[in-house]
Design a protein around this ligand. Structure first.
Ligand SMILES: [Fe+2]
Ligand SMILES: [Fe+2]
Length: 171
């Protein structure tokens, strides 16, 4: 698409940006599905609080997928058309929930957020001073992922402290 909007991109090919965005797009769909599934199977102490957090994260990841798809189209690209491509294009992979206990689920999710933070941080470095629109979008998503990690870590710490407290009162 030859638009004035795309002509302001300098020092990087739009096809290269589309390629990188499609990888992040695959990550977002997998993150959405991971949170969606985790919220269904989760078990254990303070389950309701964790369920609410996982559900909110699932919504955020889907919103990120939407933002990225719109930007890909604006750049004249096509978002990945087949879900089988999510597995082949992802940076962060998919952490299949094997242990449904809240603490294990939170640990899997924290790992995912840490990978997302690294991915968006390097993406921001790549497009900085080259594609301001993608840079702004990536910065917004990065801020959400940083908040996700912190929220999950807080919940994880609250739960593990609470469990320790109960154990100490039983001794
Ligand atoms: Fe995300
Ligand atoms: Fe996230």
């Amino acid at each position: 698409m030859l638009t004035r909007g795309n002509s302001i991109i300098k020092g990087i090919e739009t096809t290269e940006i589309v390629k990188l965005l499609n990888r992040a797009y695959a990550d977002e769909w997998l993150a959405y599905y991971q949170y969606f599934t985790e919220a269904k199977v989760i078990k254990g102490i303070m389950k309701d609080a964790v369920f609410a957090e996982l559900t909110q994260h699932a919504n955020d990841e889907l919103r990120h997928a939407n933002m990225i798809a719109d930007r890909i189209v604006q750049l004249g690209g096509t978002p990945l058309l087949n879900p089988t491509e999510w597995a082949t294009h992802t940076n962060c992979g998919y952490e299949e929930p094997k242990n449904f206990d809240v603490v294990a689920i939170l640990e899997d999710s924290i790992k995912g957020e840490q990978c997302a933070i690294s991915t968006y941080s390097s993406l921001a470095d790549i497009v900085k001073d080259k594609d301001i629109i993608t840079y702004n979008m990536v910065s917004q998503i990065l801020a959400d992922e940083v908040e996700h990690e912190a929220d999950l870590q807080d919940l994880h710490d609250d739960i593990t402290e609470f469990v320790e407290h109960i154990k100490s009162t039983m001794r």
